[in-house]
Design a protein around this ligand. Structure first.
Ligand SMILES: [Fe+2]
Length: 205
């Protein structure tokens, strides 16, 4: 077919490490429990901004600078972020792409996380620590939706890349990276137990 795909929105999905992540994940999960217990300000903020769930986004968002376990996660994610930046064709021009924020998210059953993007960042992503059966994935929105005007809906059998919404499954040990302007959400957690993840932003200095 004489058709060229222009202006793609790239999403990077990969296992964090080939050799397995069980030990690192257990360490990170222990930290998550501890942080949630200790973080009174974060629990208060989450009550207003993430009803039913807990996030350290507003209270402890530089975890990669605060614990060895999260620093190890940062080193592992850095390698993927560099690879993704290359795939995106980004010209980093002597400046460095580095992790600026790193926070945890605990999503109990029945909780959702609304549509949002990550302002003031270059790349963002999530690493999954606990994903019981039935947890929602990360749902991305076509960034051109508001320009579609009279565009008909896509056929159900149209390729995934042409759909206006695409869900990337959340799996423990898996990393998802995307450009920070790409809007996304997490629909209601239908699993019986908590979904736990670590999110991060990268910026270009
Ligand atoms: Fe997000």
């Amino acid at each position: 077919m004489p058709v060229e795909a222009l202006f793609p929105s790239l999403v990077y999905v990969a296992p964090l490490r080939r050799g397995g992540t069980g030990t690192l994940n257990r360490r990170l999960l222990r930290h998550c429990d501890q942080i949630r217990n200790d973080d009174v300000a974060g629990r208060r903020w989450s009550k207003r901004n993430y009803p039913g769930g807990y996030t350290s986004y507003n209270s402890a968002a530089r975890l990669h600078r605060e614990s060895d376990a999260f620093a190890a996660l940062e080193r592992a994610v850095d390698r993927h972020a560099r690879r993704f930046a290359w795939q995106l064709g980004l010209d980093l021009a002597g400046r460095e792409l580095s992790m600026t924020d790193c926070w945890i998210n605990v999503m109990p059953p029945g909780v959702a996380h609304g549509l949002h993007l990550h302002p003031l960042s270059t790349l963002s992503g999530t690493y999954y620590l606990r994903t019981p059966r039935g947890v929602p994935g990360l749902k991305f929105e076509d960034p051109r939706l508001e320009r579609y005007m009279a565009t008909p809906p896509r056929r159900a059998d149209a390729p995934r890349a042409l759909q206006p919404w695409v869900v990337v499954p959340a799996r423990a040990g898996t990393l998802i990276l995307f450009e920070s302007w790409l809007r996304h959400e997490v629909t209601t957690n239908l699993a019986r137990t908590e979904r736990v993840s670590v999110s991060f932003n990268y910026n270009w200095f």
